[in-house]
Design a protein around this ligand. Structure first.
Ligand code: IFM
Length: 435
């Protein structure tokens, strides 16, 4: 291993989300959806997931601690905490408090996300992110969470990947409510930004010193053909809708087209104590006049990170460096809140991991204020419409027997975490069987 290279206090962890790992979530918008034929590619459901709700969370996080991780990003499930409008479930809050206390005991810092894909059934029935009162409902939920859990949480994320949710659930029909409407998607995205701002304000009124941010999906978009003006134009348009317009809105407080909603949502400007970036890869964008629902751009990169129809892009650590350097213009601390690859055999992951950690280091060297790296994921889990087929875990999980098996990358990552990010040498990567 090389010499430790990251700033003191750097967070080294992994990410999960409630519905993907808890099991037994029967009161949100995925509960019925995932049981409908054809919704989940491999026919599986979240079912017991990784049994985190029933005690396995503590065991898995103890494993994470033994692997030198000092942080974990998890989400709380709104449908458990507020199963009916305005009714808070004390037992559910107590369950999360127990988990957070155990994390503290294990020396694991907590980053907690309030909304990670799922909505309570009753919110979905009102229209989800298109509901008339969604902004105040979300702010009320955020306020209750910080009141009850605030003392145990280091960093709060309001919303995970708003543009992915708007795209998959409102523009396309891949996730519920499957509206298939560009207009609905843009309204939903605007509402999520408004809700983020309202939640930020509500949380800061309760705990002014709380660290509150948002997590964006930040793939890199590149024109497929260098020199093609149309590819370049469409690529810039996709980047604007997916990332650029959100960054602009968060920095200036103004929603510019095509985002829909009030021009200046109250409290949006500077509603960030940090920014989280989820990064999986890079898309090569090629102009296609027939693909209007994808802004006339087809993604034509080599399918290095694909499962079924879902493509996480082409592996590009350099893309991560460039995105982090770009995000530093936001002038808030940055966290890589997700980065990973589905690779059941763990053949590609070792090199992926070390190359992306090196890419984060390079971003820091170029001036980006990156304070942590969270690998997606600690363990295999329910990958939404792709079911259990994509295996993102450092720990392999058999969803039937619940048996855990550490993949070689879990040990490799432990060495990275334990040495505060010393870059793995080429020899080590070779011994992990990676290219
Ligand atoms: O599993 C998801 C996660 O819920 C959100 N970000 C991308 C991951 C991998 O697809």
């Amino acid at each position: 291993m090389g010499k430790p290279a990251f700033p003191a206090g750097f967070l080294w962890g992994t990410s999960t989300s409630a519905h993907q790992v808890e099991g037994g979530n029967e009161n949100n918008d995925w509960s019925e959806w995932e049981k409908q034929p054809g919704r989940i590619r491999d026919g599986t459901t979240s079912a017991e997931a990784c049994r985190w709700w029933n005690g396995s969370a503590e065991e898995d996080l103890a494993t994470a601690a033994s692997l030198c991780q000092n942080a974990h990003r998890l989400s709380v499930e709104w449908s458990r905490l507020e199963p009916e409008p305005g009714r808070w479930d004390d037992a559910a809050f107590a369950r999360y408090l127990r988990l957070l206390a155990e994390m503290r005991r294990l020396g694991i810092r907590a980053m907690v996300t309030l909304h990670h894909v799922t909505l309570p059934r009753w919110v979905a029935a009102r229209g989800g992110w298109l509901a008339r009162d969604i902004v105040s409902l979300f702010a009320r939920y955020a306020e209750e969470c910080i009141r009850r859990l605030g003392g145990s949480v280091d960093h709060w994320v309001t919303i995970n990947e708003p543009a992915s949710v708007a795209g998959a659930a409102y523009v396309s029909r891949y996730w519920p409510p499957a509206l298939g409407s560009v207009r609905a998607g843009l309204r939903a995205l605007g509402a999520m930004l408004e809700a983020h701002a309202a939640a930020y304000g509500a949380m800061k009124r309760v705990h002014p010193a709380a660290s509150v941010g948002i997590v964006l999906s930040t793939p890199r978009f590149e024109p497929a053909r260098t020199g093609s003006r149309m590819d370049t134009l469409i690529c810039a348009a996709q980047d604007w809708v997916f990332i650029g317009s959100l960054l602009r809105a968060l920095r200036t407080g103004t929603l510019l087209p095509p985002l829909a909603g009030p021009a200046r949502p109250p409290g949006l400007r500077r509603s960030l104590d940090f920014l989280g970036a989820n990064y999986y890869g890079q898309y090569a964008v090629r102009f296609d006049p027939l693909l209007h629902e994808r802004l006339f751009g087809r993604h034509v990169q080599e399918p290095t990170v694909r499962a079924g129809e879902c493509d996480w892009g082409q592996i590009s650590p350099e893309g991560l460096t460039r995105q982090l350097v770009r995000l530093s213009a936001m002038e808030v601390p940055l966290y890589v809140t997700e980065n990973g690859i589905h690779d059941a055999a763990d053949a590609i992951r070792p090199a992926f991991l070390t190359d992306h950690v090196a890419a984060v280091h390079e971003a820091i060297r170029r001036g980006a204020d990156v304070r942590g790296y969270f690998h997606w994921s600690l363990l295999d889990n329910f990958e939404w419409a792709e079911g259990w087929q994509p295996r993102f875990g450092l720990i392999e999980v058999d969803p039937v027997t619940q048996k855990r098996t550490l993949r070689p990358s879990a040990h490799l990552y432990a060495r990275i975490c334990g040495s505060n990010g010393a870059t793995a040498s080429g020899r080590e990567r070779a011994s992990q069987g990676s290219p």
